[in-house]
Structures are given as structure tokens and as C-alpha cells.
Design a protein around this ligand. Structure first.
Ligand code: B12
Length: 322
């Protein structure tokens, strides 16, 4: 432990910097900072640094973390309360109330990926279902979406990973004609957190631009197309066929609410499908051995694109012809 000033002796041992506290707690500095902001770890700021009392640090270390669960395996009931409250706050258009639920979840040990996949995405789907059945109006749905956009913007930096990303670049874009942007931000953040390099092309990209941008990506590893609306499916089939022609060795993955199964993805010519962003991470990991980037121009016969959990039917050149 170190301490500022010339206090020395007892005083030097009685305090720790927030960096030291984070290390002692085994958490990232930003997590420790969040503890301070949420009042869980008392701290004082001196000369630009945060200091905590050793006794407060010991107390926090002795307290079990009220974790809502980490990663994929947590039990749903732990998210039931946060989901219910998030639904209520989003439908009320309450930005700060919604963000408070996110902070509480992070504080309780959830990762930012958990917040996306266990909290935000399911709640947005509920809002969509309620809109479809007529119990939520279009105004409330748009207002909730605006709040969700702000939350995703605030969470974004948490997904940044230091160090080089291995194994090529994933190009991810929304289907032509499909305005849904949130799924792209969420999926690309989750891929980044998993250590992958992602180019997020955003929503509703014209086919030609999609092809150009994929073509100019030197180390293209895979292409992901997000499809939320059924009306975009025909364009996705066309785009997938063109991507296959231009990049025969590069798998094209398709997902989103308009593609609810592997069979549906297969019918638009995809090489693989996943129900959510975590599934896409698995698909990508399985599609290429770690560290082995595809040599440019390397080609495999279409039938050899054997990916676990992926659909493997080669693109039908007739039904998807230009
Ligand atoms: C917010 C929203 C909007 C916003 C979009 C704002 C924005 N900029 O993003 C607005 C209000 C603009 C909008 C408009 C419309 N919407 Co809307 N919208 C939604 C809503 C409520 C949430 C979308 C969202 O962000 N979800 C959160 C994300 C993270 O979840 P997700 O999309 O399921 O993504 C996960 C997986 O699917 C998967 N995934 C996603 N992409 C990919 C890609 C790959 C490669 C893989 C492997 C996996 C994968 O991983 C994600 C994370 O785990 C959904 C409801 C829903 N079920 O999603 C409806 C929904 C998508 N919309 C729908 C509709 C019908 C429309 C409209 C056509 C309505 C209309 N008649 O005007 C319009 C679009 C108009 C047009 N031009 O086409 C329907 C689509 C139904 C369908 N199958 O066609 C939905 C499903 C609502 C419903 N239950 O009916 N919408």
C-alpha cells in the first residue's frame, strides 16, 4: 500500500489508492470506481486521485457480491426483477431510471454483455411483442427505443478490449431496407468484447455499399447480416449470393428476429445462424481455428463449409441470381 504525503507509518497503511483497491478486490478499475459512485466503497479524492480507507476495503472484501449471475449460465429468476423494472422504466421513457438498473446489474457482478443479452435485448423484444399485439403504442415504443439507444451508447466503451484482435475482421451490417440499428450495435459490441475485430456497417445498407465495404476489408474473416424485418429477406438472399461469389471462402452468417431458425437462415443462403450474439461468437470461433487467418482468395468447395451449428447448404445460384 502507498499513501500520499509524508504521513508515513500507520497512515500509509490505513489508505489505499483506488487502483490498489481494485487490484485487491480483483476487479477492473472502472468497477471499483462504480463501487465508489454507488456508495458501496467510501472514497475521497485528493490531488486528482481516489483514496479509500483500508478498513472500508476489508469490509467490502468480506461482503459476498450480490451477483445476478455471470455469462450464459445464470438462472433466469435472477434477471426477472431487473427485466420487469427495465420494461417499466423504458416504457415510461425514463433514461436515468433505466440507467440505474444497468448500473445496479453491473455493480452486482453482471458483465456488459450480460446487460445486453439478459436484460436489454429481452426487454426490447417484449416491447416489440406488445407493440405487435397492440398493447404498446408506437409513440411509447419509439420513446423506449430512444432511451435504449442512449444506454447502449453509454455502455459501448465497456466493450473496448486492449491489445490486438486475432484472426481477421468480421464485417457486420443490417439488411438493405431494414432500419433496425440497435441489434447491430449490440452484436458488434459483444463480438468486440470476445476479442474480435468488427466493422459495423450500421443499418439499412444498400447492397452495393455492403459489397464494396466487405471487398475492401483486407483480412475479411466472416460477414454477418442482421435481419429484423421479413420484408428484407429477399434482399438478404441476393446479398448473400453476391457475397459468396465475391468471397467464396468467407462464411456469411445471418440472424435477427426475421430469421428465427437455422432453416430460415439456410433458405436465404447463409452458412450459419445463431439465435443471439453469444451464439455468433461461438459460430465464429468454430469457423476458424484460433490464430489461423484465411489466406486471401483461399477457396473451399461450398459443401465443405462445415460449421458446427451452422446451415451448410450451398447458395442456390438460380433463386438468388442477380
Ligand atoms: C426498436 C424497434 C424498432 C425501432 C428501430 C430503431 C433502431 N434504430 O434500431 C423502430 C421504431 C424504428 C422500428 C421500426 C419498425 N419495426 Co421494429 N422493432 C423494434 C424492436 C422493439 C426492438 C429491436 C431491437 O433493438 N432489439 C434488440 C436486439 C438486440 O435484439 P434482436 O434484434 O433480437 O437481436 C439479437 C438476435 O436476434 C441476434 N442477432 C441480431 N442480428 C444478428 C445478426 C447475426 C449475423 C446473428 C448470427 C445474430 C443476430 O443477436 C441479437 C442479440 O443477441 C423489435 C422487437 C424485437 N423482437 O427485436 C421490433 C421489430 C424488429 N420491428 C418490427 C417491425 C414490423 C417494424 C416495422 C416494419 C413496423 C412498421 N410497420 O413500421 C418498422 C420498420 C419499417 C421499415 N422501414 O422496414 C418487427 C419485425 C417482425 C418481422 N419478423 O418482420 C419486430 C420483431 C416487432 C414485432 N414483435 O413484431 N422498430
Amino acid at each position: 500500500m502507498t499513501a500520499e504525503g509524508a504521513g508515513g507509518g500507520k497512515r500509509a497503511d490505513s489508505r489505499a489508492t483506488l487502483e490498489e483497491a481494485a487490484k485487491a478486490l480483483g476487479v477492473h478499475y472502472m468497477t471499483a470506481y462504480r463501487y465508489v459512485r454507488l456508495g458501496r466503497l467510501p472514497a475521497e479524492r485528493h490531488q486528482g486521485r481516489w483514496w479509500v480507507q483500508r478498513v472500508d476495503l476489508d469490509r467490502l472484501q468480506a461482503t459476498p457480491r450480490p451477483s445476478p449471475g455471470r455469462g450464459q449460465g445464470q438462472s433466469p429468476p435472477r434477471w426477472a426483477g431487473p427485466k420487469r423494472r427495465m420494461l417499466e422504466r423504458l416504457l415510461a421513457g425514463d433514461s436515468s431510471g433505466s440507467w440505474a438498473i444497468v448500473e445496479q446489474s453491473l455493480f452486482g457482478g453482471a458483465t456488459a454483455t450480460d446487460v445486453y443479452l439478459q436484460l436489454l435485448a429481452p426487454v426490447l423484444r417484449t416491447i416489440g411483442d406488445r407493440w405487435a399485439e397492440g398493447s404498446v403504442g408506437i409513440g411509447a415504443e419509439h420513446r423506449a427505443t430512444a432511451v435504449a439507444m442512449r444506454m447502449v451508447g453509454r455502455l459501448g466503451p465497456q466493450f473496448a478490449r486492449r491489445g490486438p484482435a486475432a484472426g481477421g475482421t468480421v464485417v457486420l451490417g443490417g439488411a438493405p431496407g431494414d432500419p433496425h440499428l440497435l441489434p447491430l450495435i449490440i452484436v458488434s459490441d459483444v463480438l468486440r468484447q470476445a476479442g474480435m475485430r468488427v466493422v459495423d456497417l450500421g443499418a439499412n445498407l444498400p447492397e452495393r455499399s455492403f459489397l464494396e465495404l466487405a471487398g475492401s476489408t483486407v483480412d475479411l474473416r466472416a460477414v454477418g447480416i442482421s435481419v429484423s424485418t421479413d420484408t428484407a429477406l429477399a434482399k438478404v438472399a441476393r446479398l448473400a449470393a453476391k457475397l459468396h461469389r465475391a468471397h467464396p471462402a468467407v462464411p456469411v452468417f445471418v440472424g435477427g428476429p426475421a430469421v428465427g431458425s437455422e432453416a430460415a437462415a439456410r433458405s436465404v443462403g447463409a452458412d450459419g445462424w445463431a439465435a443471439d450474439a453469444a451464439g455468433l461468437v461461438q459460430l465464429l470461433r468454430a469457423s476458424q481455428p484460433p490464430g489461423a487467418s484465411q489466406p486471401p482468395g483461399a477457396s473451399q468447395p461450398p459443401g465443405a463449409r462445415q460449421l458446427p451449428g451452422a446451415s451448410l447448404t450451398p447458395v442456390d445460384p438460380i433463386s438468388t441470381k442477380r
